[in-house]
Write a protein that binds this ligand. Structure first.
Ligand code: AMP
Length: 285
């Protein structure tokens, strides 16, 4: 469904648009992104389109969620292409602010979720989730969505945001959406564009290992240690892969588990050259 999309860069211009929608009783579906869109993002926009009167997408590479040695500067950006893709997917509005608009010089307020943010990506990327919860909070205040759509690709991010919304009694629904993969299994990511041809081929080891783990669990394997060994040795068999973390945790709390039962999440972060990729598999055992 193609729409006549509006782009707004100023908070001042956004407010009356949201106010008018609220007065008309329209529901707002919201998809926060950092741009350089792919089919993963588009799946969220399409879902939002199905479930809401109005669909807003934000495109903002959020500086506060990047560490000092991370890829903020070189993160891929292509607003023209993103805008056309949003329009094609049926979005009504793109909010595309500058970093100064969001974080003026006098800025000093942050939102932080504890415990669940201390492991996995939180441990490897100190301060990352504080940046995520702060920007998502600000965007929720600005866009006032009824529903916000997040990809399960960033499983810990979804859990952290769900916790923030619950703990702070925020008045919206978080809708987690499935991971969209390339035909060969690689989870779609804006960062895949960094990969060289050989790194791209090597990165397939992530989804292959997760799918193999799924098969083993489905055929009755219940030993966490054995499953971990299998995944680690599989990934280590790929010379270009450098493991950041591989963890099997409770999918809701992100606490370590001893046995493979209940709602579990196998989550991994692996570097290929300078590119850090994440992937995961959630299973009810
Ligand atoms: P990003 O632009 O990477 O910050 O992602 C914006 C949103 O798109 C987040 O909710 C991501 O989890 C989601 N997303 C990114 N990649 C995928 C994917 N392959 N499948 C589903 N959702 C995704």
């Amino acid at each position: 469904m193609k729409t006549n999309i509006t782009t707004i860069t100023d908070i001042k211009a956004l407010k009356p648009v949201i106010k008018a929608l609220k007065l008309e009783g329209k529901t707002i579906g919201f998809v926060p992104t950092m741009g350089y869109l792919h089919e993963g993002h588009i799946s969220l926009i399409k879902r939002a389109r199905e479930e809401n009167d109005f669909v807003a997408v934000s495109i903002f590479v959020n500086p506060t969620q990047f560490g000092p040695n991370e890829d903020f500067e070189k993160y891929p950006r292509n607003f023209e292409r993103d805008s056309a893709m949003c329009e094609e997917a049926g979005a009504d509005l793109i909010f595309h602010p500058s970093p100064q608009e969001i974080y003026p010089q006098s800025y000093m307020t942050y939102v932080e979720v504890n415990e669940i943010t201390e492991k996995l990506c939180g441990a490897s990327r100190p301060g990352h989730f504080k940046g995520v919860t702060t920007i998502v909070n600000k965007l929720f205040n600005l866009v006032e969505p009824d529903r916000a759509y997040f990809g399960q690709k960033d499983a810990q991010q979804v859990a952290v945001i769900e916790k923030m919304v619950k703990d702070l009694n925020m008045n919206l629904q978080i809708i987690p959406c499935p991971i969209i993969r390339e035909g060969d299994g690689l989870a779609m990511s804006s960062r895949n564009t960094y990969l060289s041809q050989s790194e791209r081929a090597a990165a397939l080891i992530l989804s292959k290992s997760l799918f193999k783990a799924e098969e083993e669990i489905k055929s009755g394997s219940r030993s966490k240690a054995q499953l971990m060994d299998m995944i680690v040795s599989n990934i280590k068999s790929e010379p270009l892969a450098e493991i950041d973390y591989i963890e099997i945790v409770d999918a809701k709390t992100f606490r370590a588990i001893d046995t493979l039962e209940g709602d579990i999440l196998i989550a991994l972060a692996v570097r290929f050259g300078k590119t850090r990729l994440i992937d995961n598999l959630r299973l009810e055992v």
